[in-house]
Design a protein around this ligand. Structure first.
Ligand code: HEC
Length: 452
């Protein structure tokens, strides 16, 4: 059964909204706890990266406020009547213009939260789209369980975690410490045992949990998805996970796990995906592991070049356009029909804020660039850290070879291959993003300097 998961239910009924104190704080909290999950669950299907019905896109701040084809603003802080978002969601369900246009309509609580959010200043917070429940379709055998202990959920929420049901009509729970990662440590883990029956998704990425702390996860038998990336976890921690028979997804990116840790993972019967980028697992061990677990996708950054196409990363770039670090398969964003990859959610957030500023920095590796050369660097690029550094140089060299000019037409300095722009069938190179931006404003003026 395919069921659309959403984070909506996390919020409803669990938070009472207090107006006292600072409006901006209220607004921010409402956005995080209710508005964003609602948009994600009820609006993104038609108004986000893939589709923009009514030319409206609601998954990034600038376009969400601006509105769509009506040219009326969708969000005007403090003004419900001028905010089309509020106007449209508050119409009667049988009204032609109500949003969403069909079931499931927003609940009274959802509408109230959006209204109040706008009234208190419509504070937008840059959040990862995959909060507790990525709004992706997920195949899920409906497991019937009693509701999770509300006091435990409340305690987790009070600690700043996103904690609640994964969908509207299920008691299965996800817990995500993303927003408070740096303040999260082993002391937050024992309470998870109280919701072991319901807990399927757990995100501890970037937190301060330790190997010893993971002993608290031993009895979370229903976990299917566990994020431990960018923690100090090593082999000793993994040993505690050996009994998690339902675990399907394990992200160990940037941890201290070594070849030895693979032995613990090898015992997990349902594991389908493991991320081993930037760990101490050797390529040889990862290969051997991959060979011995045919159904398992082991991503240590290296993909056998000929055997299969990239399973997960369909990004056009291998290097994050913001940081220059390797792209991590999970952090991608579709912009103008291209899947752009980033190293981390922060960079993704920055890009979403001002895509125009960064799009010029995207080095496309899989697509042959304009000037004929067909070398696809893609296959060799997505190696772990050390190799990626080398790969960056390769990519640069590759693009450099294709840049039409060697000196920036604006500054006269050497061209940096990271900053190029396709104009009149020529790939024009620049020394820096500023010059590139200036060029875009008056291309003909400067193009004449490249091609007299
Ligand atoms: C099933 C698809 C679908 C869903 C889901 C949906 N919308 Fe829409 N939306 C549309 C279509 C189609 C239009 C354009 C036609 C129209 O204006 O009624 C539109 C237009 C709009 C507009 C007017 C944009 C403009 O400036 O013209 C707003 C505001 C809006 N939607 C808000 C929302 C919000 C908020 C949600 C979620 C609570 C949502 N929509 C969910 C399909 C959808």
């Amino acid at each position: 059964m395919i069921r659309r998961l959403s984070a909506v239910a996390i919020i409803l009924g669990l938070t009472s909204i207090s107006v006292r104190g600072d409006d901006a704080e209220t607004s921010k909290e409402l956005f995080i706890k209710s508005v964003w999950p609602t948009l994600q669950a009820n609006c993104f299907k038609c108004h986000s990266d893939k589709k923009q019905k009514g030319e409206l896109r609601l998954d990034q701040k600038a376009t969400a406020y601006k509105g769509g084809e009506s040219e009326k603003p969708s969000i005007v802080p403090g003004d419900l009547e001028k905010s089309q978002m509020s106007v449209r969601i508050n119409l009667a369900e049988d009204h032609d213009d109500v949003m969403p246009p069909k079931k499931p309509f927003l609940t009274k609580e959802q509408k109230e939260a959006i209204n109040k959010w706008i009234q208190t200043g419509a504070v937008w917070v840059e959040l990862e789209r995959s909060v507790v429940a990525e709004g992706e379709d997920k195949e899920q055998a409906a497991r019937e369980v009693p509701p999770a202990d509300p006091a435990t959920l409340k305690a987790l929420q009070d600690a700043g975690a996103l904690a609640g049901p994964l969908a509207q009509n299920t008691n299965i729970v996800g817990v995500n410490f993303m927003r408070v990662a740096k303040d999260t440590n082993d002391t937050h883990l024992p309470q998870l045992q109280k919701i072991a029956t319901q807990l399927e998704w757990l995100n501890l990425a970037d937190t301060k949990v330790t190997d010893a702390g993971l002993a608290n996860l031993k009895d979370l038998k229903h976990l299917t998805r566990l994020h431990l990336e960018k923690t100090d976890i090593g082999d000793a921690g993994l040993a505690h996970l050996e009994g998690l028979a339902n675990l399907e997804y394990l992200n160990l990116y940037g941890t201290k796990v070594t070849d030895k840790g693979l032995a613990s993972i090898a015992k997990l019967p349902n594991l389908k995906k493991v991320y081993l980028w930037q760990t101490q697992v050797t390529d040889a061990a990862a290969d051997a592991f991959r060979e011995s677990h045919a159904k398992l996708m082991v991503d240590n950054g290296w993909k056998p070049p000929a055997k299969q196409p990239e399973p997960e990363s369909k990004t056009v770039n291998a290097i994050c356009p913001i940081s220059g670090k390797p792209v991590v398969a999970e952090h991608t964003f579709n912009y103008k029909d291209e899947e752009i990859g980033f190293c981390c959610p922060n960079c993704l957030g920055k890009f979403k804020d001002k895509p125009e500023d960064f799009i010029g920095k995207v080095v496309r590796v899989n697509k042959p660039a304009a000037v004929g050369a067909t070398a696809t660097v893609g296959a060799t690029v997505t190696v772990g850290v050390t190799a990626t550094v080398k790969a960056t140089a390769e990519v640069k060299a590759e693009v450099a070879a294709k840049a039409f000019n060697s000196k920036c037409p604006l500054s006269g300095k050497d061209v940096d291959p990271a900053h190029t722009f396709e104009y009149k069938d020529k790939r024009v190179g620049f020394c820096c993003p500023n010059c590139l931006a200036k060029f875009k404003k008056e291309p003909d003026t400067f193009f004449a300097k490249v091609v007299p």
